[in-house]
Design a protein around this ligand. Structure first.
Ligand code: GDP
Length: 483
């Protein structure tokens, strides 16, 4: 069967309007130039300024990345005694930002994207620390031509035990500021951007303009985050002009950067296309439903199933079975394929039963599929993450998406798709809320733990009221998002 959408791709579109570099070998990564044949065409224009910023970044990464003399010198400089580093850091030719894996794959993709935007804005080279396991192996293709974004495994790498760094570490920004030292002279610093930083203004000063001026002099920054902190970068007036030129539409940051960075490996792409060709290729319309349950927001299976059905039928995403009759004779019914992604199998089973019994007459036929139901999250395992990525990518091929509030897995699917989802709102006292779902105001992910520290006021403030395009999230009101 013909997998791709019917439209013949414009040759210029192969590079998504200049978002993708043409400098890659196609066989090493099938998905890079082919995902566009499966996804709805993006409705969101890319600024030429972003395109040139990406090309500039690629040449920086090529010049400074692992394997280059500049990289070797930068690592060597980390070994120099502390008093020598003050002079050498000011003359550093390349500077780096090292990402560390924490939490699930959705969180990881959002923090990689946030780190990448920060790297773009500050001329740093983004490198991913694998965390010692195989969780990143055979998951993504390399995004930058002629180089790698993986920090080489090196037992002698001078910054030790990166996975164990925490906010109180001697080399953390927090500790340096508490000791009253100048962060700008450190050879490297650890930046703690995990949600538990919320009471620590020294960590949150990362988002302040004057702090950024000092950090600019530090050759190596290592960070950990479990949050999409892109909206935080928009709070800094020092980045305002640059960001406005890169993203005239603030609400498409993840959409563009995510499609630039995340190309599933050939193994994952094989999973995606096999599933797509078998179940979705022939459908007239594809609906994605992402069902995520969180321990902090308990709800029974029946209650949540009711919420999903209520939402989808109320919003016209799925037909009401008994009302689905009445199509004019002779006209073939429209085929709707529903992709359910969830750790649990019950929701797709119930939906499948409902439409199998009632759904094959009338204007629409509904078929329901779920690729996996893995039961529990195991984000340290390679094969588990490959399946999760395959499902996020499949979700992004949908024509309409229903997601679960607060889930970064859902944010990635909607963002890659370029769609504002219908969001299943969190339960209240174990019950579905009165409004089962809401159409999101933006396709952007929510930054769940924005800084409370207001840099201008030098006191606690409200990150949702500082700049025009950063507002409180609908699905998680204490967070903020770009609109
Ligand atoms: P979040 O916890 O919903 O914000 O999303 P994350 O992706 O950060 O973490 C959840 C992890 O649980 C995922 O990365 C997967 O490993 C697993 N998971 C959750 N939902 C699904 C699903 O629908 N399909 C698959 N394959 N894995 C899932």
């Amino acid at each position: 069967t013909a997998g791709p959408l019917a439209t013949v791709p414009d040759p210029r579109d192969r590079l998504l309007g200049g978002l993708l570099s043409p400098d890659f070998d196609e066989t090493s990564c099938h998905s890079r130039y082919r995902a566009l044949l499966y996804r709805r065409p993006s409705m969101h224009a890319i600024s030429s300024y972003l395109v040139s910023a990406l090309r500039r970044y690629e040449s920086l990464h090529r010049r400074c990345g692992p394997g280059t003399p500049a990289y070797a010198r930068a690592v060597e400089r980390l070994r120099e005694p502390p008093n020598a580093s003050a002079t050498s850091s000011s003359s550093a030719e390349c500077s780096y930002l090292v990402w560390n894996p924490i939490e699930g794959l959705g969180n990881r993709m959002l923090t990689i994207t946030s780190g990448f935007l920060y790297a773009l804005l500050t001329d740093r080279v983004l490198l991913l620390h694998s965390g010692g396991g195989d969780a990143l192996d055979d998951l993504f293709c390399e995004p930058f031509p002629g180089s790698t974004w993986i920090l080489p495994a090196d037992e002698d790498f001078p910054i030790r035990d990166m996975g164990k760094l925490n906010g109180g570490h001697h080399e953390s920004l927090r500790a340096v500021l508490r000791r009253g030292e100048d962060p700008g002279v450190a050879p490297w610093l650890y930046i703690h951007l995990r949600h538990d930083y919320s009471k620590v203004h020294q960590d949150q000063q990362f988002f302040c303009e004057d702090m950024q001026a000092q950090l600019q002099r530090v050759p190596w920054l290592v960070f950990q985050s479990d949050n999409y902190f892109v909206p935080g970068l928009f709070l800094n007036p020092g980045h305002e002009r640059e960001l406005a030129r890169m993203f005239p539409r603030r609400d498409a940051v993840f959409h563009h950067l995510g499609r630039y960075l995340f190309h599933p490996s050939n193994t994952v792409w094989g999973m995606v296309t096999r599933y797509h060709d078998e179940y979705f290729a022939k459908a007239d319309e594809r609906v994605g439903i992402q069902v995520r349950k969180f321990g902090w927001a308990p709800i029974s299976t029946d209650e949540l199933y009711g919420q999903i059905l209520n939402c989808s039928q109320r919003e016209g995403i799925l037909p009401v079975p008994n009302a689905a009759t009445g199509g004019s004779e002779g006209q073939p019914a429209k085929q709707k394929a529903v992709l359910v992604v969830s750790l649990h199998g019950e929701y797709s089973e119930k939906l499948r039963d409902l439409y199998r019994k009632n759904g094959s007459t009338g204007r629409e036929t509904v078929s329901v599929y779920q690729p996996t139901h893995l039961g529990a999250q195991r984000s340290g395992e390679q094969h588990h993450n490959q399946k999760a990525l395959a499902e996020m990518v499949l979700l992004s091929f949908s024509d309409a998406v229903v997601t679960s509030a607060v889930s970064t897995f859902g944010y990635v699917g909607q963002g890659l798709a370029g769609l504002r989802p219908w969001v299943l709102m969190s339960p209240v006292d174990r019950k579905a809320p009165d409004a089962p779902c809401r159409r999101a105001a933006t396709m952007e992910p929510c930054f769940h733990a924005p800084p409370r520290y207001d840099c201008r006021a030098k006191a606690n403030g409200d990150a949702g009221r500082i700049v025009r395009h950063v507002r409180h999230c609908e699905d998680f009101p204490q967070g903020v998002q770009l609109v």
